[in-house]
Every structure is written in C-alpha cells, then in structure tokens.
Design a protein around this ligand. Structure first.
Ligand code: TRP
Length: 317
C-alpha cells in the first residue's frame, strides 16, 4: 500500500462548505473507515439494486471483457473499496493471462489493505499495488508510467457522483493518463422511475441515513465538531429535471453548531439543509456522448433485462 497521508483538505472542505449558502459537503469525505464499512453494507441492501446488478453483469460477461486484450493488461481501479465485484474480473484475467498486476486506488487505506491481502491470498497469479488517495494524484502518477495496455475500472456508478462538467473533466483526466488501446470499464446507473431511485437512497432499515450522518460524526471526531446527529434528518429526493438523486441532511430546528478546530460556528435555520451528494442517472445516449466528448469509443456494453444499469467498455483513441 503506497501513500496514506492524513487529509488536511477535509478541514478546508468543511470550512468552505458549511460557510456557503446553501451549505454543502463534498461526497468523497463519506468514505472514512466507518463510512466505508457502512457503504459496504449499503451494497447488500435489497433496495440498493446497483451493486447486485453490476456484480451480475461483471460475473456473467467477464470472459468477454478480458478477451478484448491481446496482451496482459494492468488493471487499475478508481474507488476500489472492498474490490468485491472486481474479484470476478481479476479471476478471469488471471485464468486468461496467468499473472495480473492490479492497482486499486481508494481514499480508505484500511479497507485497501484488507482487500489487497484477501485478493492475493485467493488468486495465485495476482500482484497488487494499492494506492491510497484521490484519483487525480494517482492518475498523474500513472501518466508517467509506460506499461501497456491498461484496463481502467470505474464502477459502482461513481461517475454519477460528479456534476456533468466534472464527469467529463475526470474522464479526460483518465484519457490523459492512458495510451491508445487502453480501455475503461464504466458502470453507470440509468434513468428510471423515481420511486425505485428514491428507495435505493432511502432504505427501510435506515442504513443510508446512518451513512449520510456519518459525515457529521466525522466532523465531530476529526475537527472537534459539536453536531447532535439526532437533530438532522436524512433526505433523498429524485430531481427528474436534472436526472439526479440529491442527498441532504436537514436540520430539524434552528441551531448553532460549534466546530472547535475550525474556530467556527455553523448556524442552521429550521429545515435548512446540507447538500451532501448527487447521484446522476444517465441515458444510453448521454453515455455515448460522454465517451465521444472525452476521447473514447464505446466497444461493448451490457445492460440487465429491466434496463436499470449499464456496464460499458470504452476504448481509448
Ligand atoms: N456511487 C454511489 C451511488 O451514487 C454512492 C452512494 C450510494 C451513496 N448510496 C449512497 C452516497 C447514499 C451517499 C448516500 O449510488
């Protein structure tokens, strides 16, 4: 595991986000150790169909995915988490090429370590080099390396957590860090009925609410925040005009919250929200436009029978 420095940016992000109107926080800070563990459990929820469908698409089509490569690819994954779904693909790649180098990149160091150890124990031909940190730093590092070809993985509909402009910027960044013939396997959630989407982000057991509120607990833990988590409500709403699920934390009443290490007080009126995340939903046409707009061509794509989720393989040109 390479990297692992503590994140000073969190303090800055909280200062800026809670000082803004409307208030917001960047979603990458969900994934501290506690948050990453909660997210793994979200992936098993009956309402959260995304992981289940994506995993099935990967498992069923993994040979076809791996066979696009004439020579052994290095597999690089952005936001690998537990690497649970990727395991299927790595298995197929090891079977086909004998040995495989896998580079998972994630903001959660502890999770990466556990995942890397489990994978190397299970798959004889696998070599894992894990990178702790954000995608941009990792991609800059990769740009300088010349081994070819590469298969980039960006799964779990993580692209949807970016604003549309930022999504294009990130895809271009991947394009810049890669070479002609490299490929990107991208998993994205599709536009569908609002009730299905809202249930996926507001499950009956309250796990997603706990995940959202962990952000406030993280501020308490790391920045000396005084948030009373019970005085905020988790809200997930599908905005059909923008094709995105918005996640908010809503203040139940007027309150002032001190954050000691930032020397600031965040004032909330009743019903005021902190916007903590967007999850954009795409149409197939939009996805193909995204590919074209960032220097890739769609080579293959897989969708479930209901048309809820899509995994696509893009070739870098
Ligand atoms: N990439 C995931 C998604 O957009 C992240 C996610 C799932 C999420 N459930 C969440 C983020 C709940 C915040 C709150 O589906």
């Amino acid at each position: 595991v390479v990297g692992g420095q503590t994140d000073d940016c969190f303090a800055e992000a909280v200062r800026i986000g809670l000082g803004s109107m409307p208030k917001w926080l960047p979603c990458r800070y969900f994934y501290d150790t506690a948050g990453s563990r909660l997210f793994e459990r979200i992936c098993d929820l009956p309402e959260y169909y995304l992981t289940r469908i994506e995993e099935r698409l990967l498992r069923t089509n993994r040979r076809e995915m791996v066979e696009r490569f004439g020579t052994t690819p290095v597999i690089v994954e952005l936001g690998s988490g537990s690497s649970r779904k990727t395991r299927w693909l790595l298995e197929a790649a090891c079977a086909r090429f004998g040995t495989i180098e896998y580079m998972p990149i994630d903001v959660s160091g502890p999770l990466l370590k556990v995942a890397a150890e489990a994978l190397t124990d299970a798959l004889a031909g696998l070599r894992v080099t894990a990178l702790v940190g954000d995608y941009r730093a990792a991609l800059d590092l990769l740009r300088k390396r010349r081994e070819c070809p590469r298969l980039f993985l960006f799964l779990g509909s993580s692209l949807g957590n970016y604003e549309r402009d930022s999504a294009i910027a990130l895809l271009r960044h991947i394009h810049d860090a890669s070479h002609a013939g490299d490929r990107l396997l991208l998993g994205t959630d599709l536009v569908k009925d609002a009730a299905i989407l809202e249930a996926a982000y507001n499950d009956a057991s309250g796990l997603t609410a706990q995940f959202n509120k962990n952000l406030l607990l993280r501020i308490n833990r790391e920045l000396g925040g005084r948030f009373d988590v019970g005085s905020f409500i988790h809200r997930a709403h599908y905005d059909a005009a923008r094709s995105r699920v918005e996640m908010h934390l809503v203040s139940r009443h007027e309150q002032q919250v001190r954050i000691d290490k930032l020397g600031m007080v965040a004032a909330f009126s009743e019903g005021e929200t902190i916007h903590t995340e967007n999850s954009h939903k795409y149409t197939i046409t939009e996805l193909q436009e995204l590919a074209a707009g960032s220097g890739f061509v769609e080579e293959l794509a897989w969708t479930d029978e209901a048309g809820w989720y899509r995994v696509q393989m893009w070739r870098r040109v």
